[in-house]
Design a protein around this ligand. Structure first.
Ligand SMILES: [Zn+2]
Length: 667
């Protein structure tokens, strides 16, 4: 019951049932029996206590629900209690979500049995009993993450990385498909920032570096797990440009759970021909080629990727196809060129009997090449389905500014669903939704193919604006998920986008904060980096309360940090500066704690009192509420604020675009 969905009783039969209940209100004996405390006996991971009272012929009450291992307790007055014979129906609102219970009395056991509903969906069985049940609802702390020296070598800008700046990668390899064996070289160009002579390069076993050369001379190196430390003989003088060539080979890790996860997947198309693709997110590119495997540094001038494969197959990598060279021995080398800085895990390899078609887009920076590489069996479907790419470009250029890699083109490639830079991997089924499912439950999630829209949004937030440290994963996934709602808004209207956001915010778990641990390549990030990240941005938009300003902030981020690496603080500071607001408590609350800000309030005569609880010190987010049908802003702080009104007020609903909770204090 996290989230802030408004429950709308769509189902007429429920409505009819409710009004019938009202009409034939009978204070039967069983209804009299209802007063007092009830306890839920069904769910071993929850403790539900309901207290029903009766005042002036009306039932009301309170409701407390705690979950094992959840930080939030649902505490709410009951809006309605309705009794008809042996049927009991009650409804409550928590954080603008309507939850209702539909129960029948079981006279034999003296319990009420039935189900509870949320977002018009039946969620679970409920049995209410008079007997109090003692359950351990404690929160077992999230397991401490443990890190090794390898995590530090991987996740830190070590002294052996810091002194040189990447400028270019020239990567070449041949792929022996039978043996799953990869052999090649990477020539790294760099600029010396400080005159040092030990360089760190990463490559994960079982892949290994066999030889390293500078200016034709072989170099000595040592290996510490995934990290190689290379002793350079030449003088490395500040400002000089250098090259180093690494020879490597091996069988790269296979992906244990395609289409997700990291590593190589060896699949086949319908004709039985090889279909090979990879992903390195989290694991890093050093999974399959030697590189400076830290996100803070990207090759400023891009890279070249040359792949040698059997001539009846095609290799597709990032950027544009520069040359196809038939080697005359049954193999062909495909040379791909990327002219912009490219993020590490964005480098990809796809090998198959691809068919190609293109469909250029007239965008904000002129003509953008859009190339599609699909398996032969998908060609006809793709020609129709990939038209969504233009709709995506139209929407995201509106919100975020020009597509960030015009020079490198845009591609969709049958492979693994991943935001590979200028070569977005597609593993969908050529249907809308998440393989046909709507993770927002709002209906809007079926209006687009999640993989095309979500993964392509990362061209702006992940590939152009790239996190410097894995701890800031939310910058990629929070904006990426929020982009889905912006896509919906652009094509179907603001209300549709809001409904999509309400729907997905349901999936927030608040188990651990969305910012992870720095300097250790913390790849154990929570799912909340997606939906909570998006909800934080959607809430922030409400606070800023100026749609044009908000859009200028989104496009501004893409200008300010164009082709750069950032950390959370960069994003925070930029938005704070552009909005002119003090957002520090806001960011601290939502990014660094798991607490849902909760508006505690009550009405007493003409007094309306409210404050924020469950917040960091100084949390003072303004909030849009409706009080007795009148929408207004209130400015709660962590101290009680009293307002006096002409008439006694009694009803408050919180605008459901805010990711907050509400608690009406009945005392
Ligand atoms: Zn993503």
């Amino acid at each position: 019951m996290k989230g802030k969905e408004e429950f709308i009783i769509k189902c007429m039969s429920v409505k009819t049932l409710l009004s019938l209940c009202l009409q034939v209100w009978i204070c039967s004996l069983s209804a009299q029996d209802l007063i007092g405390k009830w306890y839920e006996t069904e769910n071993p991971r929850a403790s539900l206590e309901i207290n029903i009272e009766r005042n002036n012929n009306e039932y009301n009450g309170t409701f407390t629900w705690k979950w094992k291992d959840r930080l939030s307790t649902l505490n709410s007055p009951i809006d309605k209690v309705e009794v008809k014979g042996d049927s009991l129906l009650f409804q409550l609102t928590h954080a603008n979500s309507k939850v209702y219970f539909n129960l029948e009395k079981d006279n034999q056991t003296d319990t009420y049995k039935g189900f509870y509903y949320y977002m018009s969906r039946q969620l679970g069985a409920v049995t209410l009993s008079r007997k109090a049940i003692e359950r351990d609802m404690s929160i077992s702390p999230a397991p401490e993450k443990e890190y090794t020296r390898q995590d530090t070598l991987r996740g830190m800008v070590t002294p052996e990385r810091e002194w040189w700046n990447l400028t270019y990668y020239d990567l070449y390899f041949a792929l022996d498909i039978e043996k799953k064996y990869l052999k090649g070289s990477n020539t790294i160009s760099y600029e010396v920032l400080e005159p040092k002579n030990v360089m760190q390069i990463d490559l994960q076993p079982p892949m290994k570096i066999t030889k390293i050369q500078q200016s034709g001379e072989s170099l000595n190196f040592t290996q510490d797990g995934n990290a190689y430390f290379i002793m350079l003989n030449e003088e490395q003088s500040t400002g000089s440009s250098k090259e180093i060539k690494l020879f490597y080979e091996g069988v790269p890790r296979e992906n244990p759970m395609p289409p997700w996860g990291g590593g190589f997947t060896y699949d086949k198309d319908v004709n039985g021909k090889p279909f090979i693709y990879n992903a390195s997110q989290g694991h890093g590119s050093s999974l399959w080629w030697p590189c400076k495997d830290h996100m803070y540094d990207e090759p400023d001038k891009g890279m070249k990727i040359s792949v040698n494969v059997p001539s009846d197959l095609m290799a597709v990598a990032n950027g544009k196809l520069l040359a196809t060279k038939n080697k005359g021995n049954g193999t062909t080398t495909y040379e791909w060129t990327v002219t912009n800085a490219i993020n590490n895990y964005g480098v990809s390899l796809n090998v198959a009997d691809y068919v190609h078609f293109s469909d250029p887009y007239e965008g904000k920076k002129g003509k953008l090449e859009c190339n599609y590489y699909v398996l032969p069996e998908n060609l006809e479907k793709a020609k129709v389905h990939f038209k969504q790419a233009h709709l995506m470009l139209e929407a995201f250029e509106h919100w975020f500014g020009p597509y960030p890699f015009y020079e490198d083109s845009y591609k969709l490639v049958d492979g693994i669903g991943m935001e590979h830079q200028s070569s977005v991997g597609y593993s969908g089924k050529y249907i809308n939704g998440m393989e046909g499912k709507d993770h927002s439950d709002s209906g809007w999630g079926l209006k687009f193919d999640y993989l095309i829209i979500h993964e392509s949004s990362h061209e702006w937030f992940a590939n152009s604006i790239t996190f410097r440290d894995m701890a800031d994963m939310w910058v990629h996934e929070g904006f990426g998920t929020y982009a889905e709602a912006l896509y919906v808004e652009y094509h179907f209207g603001k209300k549709a986008g809001e409904e999509y956001m309400k729907g997905i915010s349901h999936n927030i778990s608040n188990r651990i904060p969305i910012i992870g641990d720095y300097d250790v390549n913390d790849k154990d990030y929570p799912g909340d980096v997606y939906v909570k990240g998006a909800s934080v941005l959607h809430t922030l938009r409400q606070v800023i309360n100026d749609d044009e300003k908000w859009r200028s902030i989104l496009t501004g981020l893409n200008t300010e940090f164009y082709h750069q690496t950032v950390n959370t603080a960069d994003i925070e500071n930029y938005i704070e500066r552009e909005s002119g607001m003090n957002l520090k408590p806001f960011w601290n609350q939502y990014l660094r704690t798991t607490k849902i800000p909760t508006l505690e309030y009550y009405f007493k005569g003409n007094k309306f009192a409210y404050r924020w609880i469950n917040t960091v010190p100084g949390f003072d987010m303004p909030l849009k509420v409706t009080i007795n049908n009148e929408e207004q802003w209130i400015y709660p702080t962590t101290n009680w604020i009293n307002e006096y009104t002409k008439d006694a007020k009694s009803e408050l609903t919180i605008n459901s675009n805010f990711y907050v909770a509400g608690f009406r204090n009945m005392n």
